[in-house]
Design a protein around this ligand. Structure first.
Ligand code: GLU
Length: 409
């Protein structure tokens, strides 16, 4: 299953519905630049290993390339291209002045020590230093990349250019120019979006159950927020398996367990389940928060949720999307649902560029209206064109990208 061909099918669908300009469409089918690097990492036993990494710069017509950096054993060029394209759409959906980019290294960081991880981060930074910069291309965290890793990137880049340059990367720790709220922003943003849709479509906490697949940074926060607002979170999973309790899970307890043991399975008073089982459980809202291609033609017919909130990037294949739309399932698309992360990255970048530090309240006071307006924009575009929310989000983004691309063509 190619994430990139899925992304291109999403593009074609929206482009057809809105009669997108032919040049803009052609421009958006191709990245502006693909950087592929082989770079050395020093291992603790003294050996040196060569790793393979990517930075794909999709489009910068609306501003510097922007997007995360992923460390994962399955990461390849196809995946990074898809994610880079989706970042271009995402930044345009929330109307922040950034283009789209993405990076990745094919590696299992869980097998590396802290010193090896630091060597990786610094060496990869040196390998891509020519093409990144605060006003060129600004990386950020993604799957398996932490604020600490972002600090190493910023520090290494600063050494190369000979001056501190915190704005070269977002998602840093607070001590190194990170923003308050960035750590929880993806989950928080997804919850703002869910609330905006709920105001329109009416889901109430008492009668709506939630299942969350993926318990990394974003998955934990969205589960915590649903639980905090009175929804019953009945199932959660991570890469090692999941837990289910019809009466609702104690999410704060589960977050503690995950921090201590690294897994969610074997939680007292709950039943262990597989990831696949989680997707097909009876629940109101299903929240895929892990990787691409989670809801597919193979399992979509067993999905019982009436809402899919896409916190992961690309979790639903076009075939599954079509099947869900036919059944009247509301899919709140990734390019809107998880855009709180990059939006708060923009707020971090603004603080770095102006040497300011805002409180968490100030950050979320800026984030919320952006997520609210973007949700309103997607809801009204869906009505105007009579299309799904994914197509609507794409149309909204493509209208903005079209103006910027044609201006510089
Ligand atoms: N990796 C996140 C995403 O997929 C955040 C990107 C960013 O902050 O630049 O949206």
């Amino acid at each position: 299953m190619s994430a990139f061909s899925n992304a291109m099918r999403q593009l074609e669908l929206a482009a057809t519905a809105m009669h997108l300009d032919a040049y803009t469409l052609e421009r958006l089918r191709h990245p502006q630049r693909i950087v592929e690097v082989d770079f050395p990492v020093k291992l603790d036993d003294g050996a040196t290993k060569l790793l393979h990494g990517y930075r794909v710069q999709w489009n910068d017509a609306r501003g510097p390339f922007k997007g995360g950096l992923r460390f994962h054993p399955q990461t390849d060029l196809d995946e990074v291209k898809a994610l880079s394209f989706w970042m271009s759409i995402k930044c345009a959906v929330v109307n922040i002045p950034f283009g789209g980019g993405k990076g990745g290294v094919t590696v299992n960081p869980k097998e590396l020590s802290k010193t090896e991880l630091e060597s990786l981060a610094r060496s990869f930074t040196r390998a891509i230093a020519d093409v990144i910069g605060p006003e060129k291309d600004v990386p950020a965290p993604d799957v398996n990349t932490t604020p600490q890793i972002m600090d190493w990137l910023a520090d290494e880049y600063g050494k190369i250019v000979g001056k501190p340059s915190p704005a070269v990367v977002t998602g840093k720790t607070l001590d190194h120019g990170g923003s308050e709220g960035r750590g929880t922003a993806t989950g928080q943003g997804a919850y703002y979006v869910f609330e905006a849709f709920s105001r329109k479509l009416g889901w109430d906490p008492e009668s709506t159950t939630v299942a969350v697949q993926g318990f990394g940074n974003a998955g934990q926060e969205i589960a915590r927020l649903f639980h905090h607002h009175g929804y019953k979170v009945v199932a959660v999973s991570d890469s090692q398996g999941g837990v289910h309790n019809e009466a609702g899970l104690d999410i704060p307890e589960l977050i503690k367990q995950k921090a201590q043991t690294g897994h969610v399975v074997r939680l007292p008073e709950s039943r262990d389940i597989t990831n696949e089982e989680l997707l097909t459980l009876p629940c109101g809202v299903l929240v895929p928060s892990a990787l691409e291609n989670t809801l597919t033609a193979q399992n979509v017919d067993q999905v019982k949720a009436s809402v899919v909130l896409e916190v992961a990037n690309g979790p639903t294949t076009p075939e599954a999307d079509l099947a869900l739309a036919k059944r009247g399932v509301t899919v709140i698309p990734d390019v809107l649902a998880n855009a709180g992360g990059v939006t708060t990255s923009f707020l971090e970048w603004q603080q770095n560029m102006t040497n300011e530090h805002w409180s968490e309240t100030q950050v979320f006071e800026r984030l919320k209206p952006i997520m609210d307006d973007s949700s309103e924009g997607v809801l009204s575009t869906a009505e105007k064109y009579a299309v799904t929310y994914r197509e609507a989000a794409f149309i909204l983004a493509l209208e903005r990208l079209d103006k910027a691309i044609r201006k510089i063509a």
